[in-house]
Each structure stands twice: as structure tokens, then as C-alpha cells.
Design a protein around this ligand. Sequence first.
Ligand code: ASP
Ligand code: MG
Length: 411
Amino acid sequence: MSLVIMKFGGSSLANADKIKHVAERIIVKKKDGNKVVAVVSAPGDTTDDLIKMVDKIACNPPVREVDMLLATGEMVSISLLAMAIDAMGEEVISMTGPQAGILANEDYTRARIKKINPQKINDQLAKDNIVIVAGFQALNPRGDVTTLGRGGSDLTAVALAVALKSDLCEIYSDVEGVYTADPRVVKDARKIDYISYDEMLEMAGSGSQVLQSRSVEVAKKFNVVIHSKSTFSESEGTIITSEEKIKEKKMESFLLSGISFDKSQVKFTISVFDASGIVTEIFSRCSEVGINIDMLDQSVLNKSNTISFIVNRSDMKKTQEELDKMTLDFKASVSCNEHIAKISIIGVGVKSHSVVAAKMFKILHKSGIDVNMVSISEIKISCIISESDVLKAVEELHKGFGLSKKRVDLD
Ligand code: ASP
Ligand code: MG
């Protein structure tokens, strides 16, 4: 008998019918001869709605109380789902994160899981009960409930897979799995059958929102195989596992996995006559206030220096403030372009095939799309382009690299 962790996202639990449907899926899994621990998110947009309520009440609320509030969303799901399963005649028990023995540190609203005491869950599984656990929440050393950061239910599911020594973690949502590109943008985007942890991390970090990044990092560290599936269909979904396992089993080994894009960034440009020390100053100021610099580029033209760098839109105001403090000292002028986007091509083939970059630029050039900045890492090439070009770029690259086909020809 194996132990399966099944995690259901908020859109799978958005109303009574959906909750009943999830209950049925869990029962089918149980009747197939498995022990089941189900992890759930808050129903529908509950977490967003709770955050909106906070904004109407306080601009600087105590973080302890924010967590107290946000943790209620998942409690709605666990109790209703347990009632649905009970009504269908199966033995079931719901648990909050703290009741399930999930312990975290004191970073309210973005706590990190430190330890899981699986005793309570194991006792219930031994009694042949289905266990429903609230995702996204844990108990901190002060005895308070804390939350694990947005999308944190995925992390709860993977962490439970580690603690309960289950080697399969199924993550159900309203999409069929991971695609070669956003299917809303590219009509013939193909569902990927297997993808490595690293590729998945790059897909997630580049704006593709199937799984929370942290959960993939933990899965990679502890070798948990994640199976991303649709709640509403029986299709096979996408398996996220190690590159070695994919190769070992001679599963399809794609050189390129997919294309992702991200519009949540802005570009700052600083023009200055004497640039000595300025890059160091930018980096140290940004790191002091917790701003992540994504790409940086420095060029000199007629003795005038231009330094451009990319930060997340949510850090725009803070970055502007830091740069304003520097401008006088350096006699620099600063501008900010909000209308940019990052487009990335991701795949293990990037590291061994230099033609990927050449081909990417050729496709963009042919489509009349200017490339502003470039960064190349082991398995990803990212270009900064104008925001108005991004949808065209995704389509053209997807077509140009033939990603809708099962095998990608790089020549
Ligand atoms: N309900 C939480 C959120 O919306 C956690 C999750 O869905 O994973 O972020
Ligand atoms: Mg989610």
C-alpha cells in the first residue's frame, strides 16, 4: 500500500460542487488501495479577498494578526472537504497546519518550515482514515499560526511528502500540467510530459505560475517526484523529477522545454560621466534594502556611461528612492522604463547548443522585435524586449523552435 499526497489548489475548491468532486477523487485514490493525505488551499480567491479586507482596515497591520486571518482560508477548505468525504461514507479527519505537526520559524507571513512531527498524521493513517491538511500554514515557536508565503500550499504538500516518506506528490489544479508556453497565448502549446526540477524552477521564476518555486526547490533537495495534474480531467499531467531520472528511463529528453515571459519587471537607466564605483554603489544599496537586481548592463559611448538594470516592479519605488539618494553624489541622471518584458527560452539543451541563442536572436530579429538586454545561464536565455512585443515574441519563438512538436530540431 503506498502513501500518496494529493494537493488541491483554490480553483479546484471554489464552490460546493467542486469540493464534492475533489472528495470523489480522493475517495477513488483511497479505494485504489492507497493511504491518502490531501493538502488543500483556500477556496477560490479567498486569500486575495482577505488581503483586500486588510487593506481596507489598516495600512500597517500587525503581521501576527495578518497570519491569524490568512490561515482561516485554508480552514474553510479542510472542514468542508472533510464533511463532503464523510457524507460519501468514508472515514476522514481534517487538521490545521499546527495540528498536523508542521513547525516553522517566526517570520510571520513568509515563515519557513523547520520541522514536521508526523505522529498525528501517521496515527490517523494507521486507523485507515483519509487525512486532510490545511496548506500554507504552520505553528511557530511562540505558539502562533504563521503562513508560508503566497502559493505556500504546494510547499506544505512537498514537505509532507518528505516527512511521511511518500515519494509521490500529486499537485492538482485547473490546468492539465506544465506547457511549452502559456496556452492562452500560444494555441498549439504542448503539454510537457516530463520536466527536470531545474527547468521547472526556471519556468516558474520566469513568470510561469504552475508551482510555487520554493516547493520545487524542496522537491529537488529531497528527490520528491511531483506530478502536476488537472482536477477536472483524467489526463496524465506533467512529471517533475531529476534530469538523471528523465535520462535514465529514456523518457523523452527534450533539448528545449518551453518559453516563458514575465511582465512584472522594470528597467532603470543611469547616465553618468564618471562611472567609477557606481555599480558597486548600486549593488550595495539595493542589497541593503532587499532589492534583487536581475540583469545589469554597462556601456560607454563618447565617454558617457550608461548603466541599465532590471528589478521587479514591486521594488520600483524603493529602487527609485535609493537611486535618488545617489544621483547628487555621482551627478547622474536616472530614468525608468516600465514598458518592458522578459522573454525566456528554457531547456537543458541551452548549455550544450550555442545555436539556441543564435536561433533565438534570428527569430526575434526576423519578427522585427528589438532585443534590449540578454542574459544566458546554464539552461535559460532571457531577453528584455518591449512589453508590446511580448505576445508576438512568444508565438514566433514557439513556432520557430517547433515546440509544438514532440522533438525539437535545433538546426
Ligand atoms: N491560499 C494561499 C494563497 O493563495 C496559499 C496557496 O494557495 O497555496 O497564496
Ligand atoms: Mg496556489
